[in-house]
Design a protein around this ligand. Structure first.
Ligand SMILES: [Zn+2]
Length: 285
């Protein structure tokens, strides 16, 4: 199958897991073009993906979406991300919006707060975090500033909870949650929230030249922060906030354009390592 051109990508996390995106939102300006399909990639068969179109006065937006919790069993999270981002690259994706549930490390946060992080700390041990060795990836502004601005504007319009447009996301390997001592360590490392989805997505987005940012709903306190969390409240949030969150994500995508006047394109450089190595090989020859 030829992958259709799509300027935008949506990565669904636990916040929209309980609904069919975009069908369950009931929005008459959103049409599903392609029901769920899987694709063969150099990293194995990936998917399912879905393609939908959002009508907008500023031009229709074609979106390719996938959800990370719906992937095949027995495939590592890093491998799933490689498959997804390889497909995004083939589709020519320029901007990627991600969502997920997170734990609060910063005790000023509370459940249903929305955090749009500006930075991250990667505590995962993953090795499968790139598609090629072709680029030097500079993580100075890891989350696109322009995309974060649109996320903030649209979220503040209709999200019932508080919205924070700064925050540091600590990424762990999972699938288990963290221990109290690990959370204490992350707090001292500057983390505000903890989750398992930003890395390696943030590296892969930069590698394919796409802008990337996300919105992360606080679904519990991390261990040792404020209160022991309750499984019932976690389930309640996942089931009851999905529609509202999904609609905001559609609004964000509807208000994006494909210009990349941000710092993202300049933060990907051709790597010097392979160039120097091949020059040395030529000299030796
Ligand atoms: Zn950008």
């Amino acid at each position: 199958m030829r992958i259709p051109d799509c300027d935008f990508a949506l990565i669904g996390g636990s916040g929209t897991l309980s609904i069919d995106m975009p069908e369950n939102l009931g929005l008459d300006y959103v049409t599903t073009d392609c029901e769920e399909f899987c694709l063969e990639t150099p990293y194995g068969a990936g998917g399912p993906f879905k393609i939908f179109t959002i009508e907008s006065p500023r031009g229709d937006k074609k979106v390719i979406s996938c959800r990370m919790h719906n992937w095949q069993g027995g495939v590592s999270r890093g491998r799933c991300s490689q498959q997804a981002f390889w497909v995004f690259q083939q589709a020519g994706v320029k901007k990627i919006l991600s969502e997920g549930g997170v734990g609060a490390v910063n005790y000023l946060l509370k459940t249903r707060d929305m955090v749009i992080p500006h930075d991250y700390v990667d505590f995962s041990l993953r090795k499968d975090i790139s598609l090629t060795d072709n680029y030097l990836l500079i993580m100075r502004d890891p989350f696109c500033g322009d995309l974060r601005k649109v996320i903030k504007e649209q979220t503040e319009k209709s999200w019932a909870g508080r919205v924070f447009d700064l925050g540091v996301y600590a990424n762990t390997e999972g699938r288990h949650f963290e221990s109290p001592s690990e959370i204490s360590y992350m707090k001292r490392a500057g983390a505000d929230i903890v989750g398992q989805s930003v890395c390696p997505e943030v590296y892969l987005a930069r590698e394919i030249g796409a802008c990337y940012a996300g919105m992360y709903m606080v679904v519990n306190y991390a261990e040792g922060v404020v209160l022991p969390w309750r499984h019932e409240e976690l389930a309640d949030i996942f089931y009851n906030e999905s529609i509202s969150l999904g609609k905001i994500m559609i609004d964000i995508l509807r208000n994006l354009d494909i210009s990349q006047n941000c710092s993202c394109p300049a933060l990907r450089k051709e790597t010097l390592l392979t160039k120097i190595y091949s020059e040395r090989k030529n000299d030796d020859g």
